[in-house]
Design a binder for this molecule. Structure first.
Ligand SMILES: Nc1ncnc2c1ncn2[C@@H]1O[C@H](COP(=O)(O)OP(=O)(O)OP(=O)(O)O)[C@@H](O)[C@H]1O
Ligand SMILES: [Mg+2]
Length: 250
């Protein structure tokens, strides 16, 4: 997919906010890309433009040659946000199935697998009949990931999906996500404030500068895959972390 000279200005009644300035980026199929940058630099805005939720002020995005709106209509984009937004009165299985149920009328939609297969993919095979209140935060986020994958989208957009989790759960979820990604081979754009998360997950880390958001640097992460927790103490990892910290604080 291609992001070509995207800019975004939010026009207010009294003032306008220049959120993004000239973002250009080419992303390969199955690539894992992370956006990192100061609060307010436009990471969520960029994700929302790529996902077709809001239009850019200038520039364009092409996802397998289509506009984000067309890709979204074709169910080719999955979203995961900071809050899992599960319906408390529906079981885990029924929450995963919700997009499919809502879409029944149109019919003929492909899906990645059965509800059981999707729950097994995110490690919740035993919890189909449970309700969200019976799950930990990390488990609820797994449900949200399964739900986002139901239509087998080629692109998965994740906006700080682990931002509300405690640190220990969060560290485990990195490796869970890598396991899911290696099985379900999606292109992922992932937003985070966590430097270790960005390094361990990504093929490339995009460092953005503060508002108006621009790409400050693109850092390819040349650690071998599959990645594991031991890598987090390797000299290469530590060097990437120092580099990112320097860029983010400069
Ligand atoms: N709908 C909107 N209307 C007006 N301004 C907006 C709107 N959405 C975002 N902005 C502004 O655009 C800028 C970028 O916001 P955005 O939410 O994309 O930042 P972010 O990088 O995701 O920040 P954070 O790390 O805190 O989530 C901010 O200054 C924000 O106030
Ligand atoms: Mg944000």
């Amino acid at each position: 997919m291609v992001v070509d000279s995207v800019a975004k200005v939010f026009e207010g009644r009294d003032a306008s906010v220049e959120a993004l300035r000239e973002i250009s980026l080419a992303i390969q199929e199955h690539e894992f890309i992370t956006l990192i940058g100061p609060s307010g630099c436009g990471k969520s805005t960029l994700l929302r433009i790529v996902g077709g939720l809001i239009p850019p002020s200038r520039g364009a995005v092409a996802i397998r040659g289509r506009s984000p709106q067309d890709a979204q209509r074709a169910k080719d984009i999955g979203f995961v946000f900071q809050q899992p937004a599960l319906l408390p009165w529906r079981s885990v299985a029924d929450n995963v199935d919700l997009p499919f149920a809502l879409n029944k009328q149109s019919g003929g939609d492909r899906r990645l697998g059965s509800t059981e297969e999707l729950l097994a993919l995110v490690g919740l095979g035993q919890f189909a009949r449970a309700h969200p209140y019976q799950l930990s935060g990390g488990m609820q986020q797994r449900v949200a990931i399964a739900r986002a994958l139901i239509f087998d989208p080629s692109l998965l957009l994740m906006d700080e999906p682990f931002g509300a989790l405690d640190e220990i759960t969060r560290e485990g979820m990195r490796y869970e996500l890598l396991r899911i990604w290696s099985q379900a081979r999606k292109t992922v754009i992932f937003v985070t404030h966590s430097i270790p998360e960005a390094i361990i997950l990504s093929d490339r880390v995009i460092v953005m500068s503060s508002r108006p958001g621009e790409i400050r640097e693109v850092i390819p992460i040349d650690l071998p895959r599959p990645r594991d927790e031991e890598m987090e103490s390797s000299p290469e990892f530590v060097a990437y972390a120092a580099r990112l910290r320097h860029l983010l604080h400069a």
